[in-house]
Design a protein around this ligand. Structure first.
Ligand code: NAD
Length: 482
């Protein structure tokens, strides 16, 4: 069902016209009120912070119901903590971000002055995915509100309880002409992405990202696309294989691998592969002695995704890869639990689905290399990833990996943690997306950086006006030189 609602009572079905009406309401309210002051923005961020605190247990429950099982600790860390840290950072830096920036004035134009002032864009549309359903809906909202915008959100239909929670949270926290949540499936997403927003932030798959960008182009709506892809991990020859395996498997099993920046596959030195595989087994056994009833181990979100990830493993087996299931207690897992054991795929080839598609599940293909050049060449022969991980101590190798590969972000000697750094921008490049949010970059990408030239009372502007005479000739001769 499609719904637009602000009251936390039952949602009413909505049409494309309704969506347009919501956008008009937000836009008109924004125009009438003008750009919010620093104090007003802080108040709004405070309100969102309180709402997140108030509903944190509800988030744990709703996401767990939507997933079948979602670790409470994962929800508290990756949804609640991440958002609260983002709000705290925005509040701490907002005054500085909002400050007009003085720029140099060409000496020929002095004593005029130049500045860049940051102005709200208007209404920002936000389309979010299911995998971190709260933080990827409210994260872009924090940037939108800090930048003084109003916003309309469309959460994923695959997590209906969480979408309802978001709808209620927003309805309780904001006036309906400031932020509104629209719920519904891909057809709502489609209508939503055709709206003439002032900016659209889409987080989701590369496939849908292309459709969204096409739809937005009709209205010349600028887009931030936070997409996915296959994020490589390169294990260097000088790094402790056991520690690397622990950190890779921790990234791979967090949210059962359903993370846009999960280490998708690993490139390990050929000589250390067996040790790496053993260390992966050890790491999984330590983290998850059991799987099926273990509340720490998250389920795959639904049957379709469960079948999708399983099909990658089956395909790899059929095509000759060695598949190693890490099931520490040798449980027979009920498919209804959608708990998929962490799985290693050895000797994968490029034709296998697991090396073509973003895995988005707890499966780790392990490739080998003998020289770092080969690993770098492999990464560069594939679409630009959202994240890249390198494990190593040698400065020269780290510098080479950083200089010779292009990815949305990097963590050295760990996985995923660059995302949690509030002062680092987050975004993709090439097939993994465009634009960024978090930190100052989030504020900037949802603001209009307006260049302003202020002419001085006494100035030389009149020297170069028609009718052009000798003075103009001399002046231009002087400015241009020989
Ligand atoms: P998805 O692309 O299937 O859906 C994302 C959103 O788009 C949902 O709200 C959906 O309803 C909506 N949608 C679907 N069809 C649409 C259409 N035709 N027009 C407009 N909207 C439409 O993605 P998903 O399965 O929810 O999420 C998984 C993907 O998201 C993975 O590829 C993952 O890597 C990526 N992701 C990226 C980031 C990031 O920050 N870069 C974060 C999380 C997930």
């Amino acid at each position: 069902m499609t719904a637009v609602a602000q009251s936390s009572e039952a949602a009413k079905p909505a049409t494309a016209n309704d969506l347009n009406a919501v956008l008009t309401r937000l836009r008109e309210a924004g125009r009438a009120a003008g750009a919010p002051t620093y104090e007003a923005r802080i108040e709004v961020l405070d309100a969102l912070e309180r709402a997140i605190h108030k509903r944190k247990d509800g988030m744990v429950t709703a996401i767990a119901r939507d997933f079948g099982n979602r670790s409470k600790h994962e929800t508290l860390a990756a949804e609640v903590f991440v958002l609260l840290a983002e709000i705290a950072h925005a509040k701490q830096n907002l005054r500085d971000w909002m400050e007009p920036e003085d720029r140099q004035t060409g000496w020929q134009f002095m004593p005029a002055t130049c500045q860049v002032v940051y102005q709200p864009l208007g209404v920002v549309g936000i389309i979010s995915p299911w995998n971190y359903p709260v933080s990827l809906a409210l994260g872009p909202l924090i940037a939108a509100l800090a930048a003084g915008n109003r916003a309309m959100l469309k959460p994923s239909e695959l997590v209906p309880e969480t979408a309802e929670l978001l709808r209620d949270l927003v309805a309780e926290t904001f006036p309906e002409d400031q932020v509104t949540v629209v719920t519904g499936g891909s057809e709502v997403g489609e209508a939503f992405s055709k709206l003439p927003f002032d900016h659209l932030v889409f987080t989701g798959s590369t496939r849908v990202g292309k459709i969204v960008m096409r739809a937005a182009s009709d209205n010349l709506v600028p887009v931030t696309l936070e997409l996915g892809g296959k994020s490589p991990t390169i294990v260097g020859t000088d790094f402790d294989v056991k520690v690397a395996a622990e950190r890779v498997m921790s990234g791979k099993t967090f949210n059962a691998g359903q993370t846009c920046i999960a280490p998708d596959y690993a490139l390990v030195p050929a000589a250390s592969r067996e040790a790496f595989v053993d260390a992966c087994k050890g790491a999984v056994t330590k983290m998850f002695p059991t799987l099926e009833r273990n509340p720490d181990y998250t389920s795959v979100v639904n049957d379709k995704h469960f079948a999708r990830v399983r099909s990658y493993v089956d395909d790899a087996k059929t095509r000759g890869a060695t598949v190693v299931e890490l099931n520490p207690a040798n449980e027979t897992l009920d498919p209804a639990s959608r708990k998929m054991p962490p799985t290693l795929v050895l000797d994968p080839t490029d034709e296998m689905l697991c090396m073509q598609e973003e895995i988005f599940g707890p499966v780790l293909p392990i490739l080998t290399y003998t020289r770092l050049d080969e690993a770098i060449a492999y990464v560069n022969a594939h679409p630009r990833p959202l994240a890249l991980y390198y494990f190593g101590h040698g400065r020269a190798a780290i510098d080479r990996v950083l200089a010779d590969t292009t990815s949305g972000g990097v963590s050295i000697n760990d996985t995923m943690l660059h995302f949690a750094q509030e002062d680092l921008p987050f975004g993709g490049v090439g097939a993994s997306g465009m634009g960024a949010y978090h930190a100052r970059e989030g504020f900037r990408s949802l603001s209009m950086p307006k260049p302003v030239f202020r002419q001085a009372r006494l100035n030389t502007a009149g020297l170069l006006r028609p009718p052009y005479g000798k003075l103009a000739d001399r002046l231009l001769g002087f400015l241009i030189g020989r």
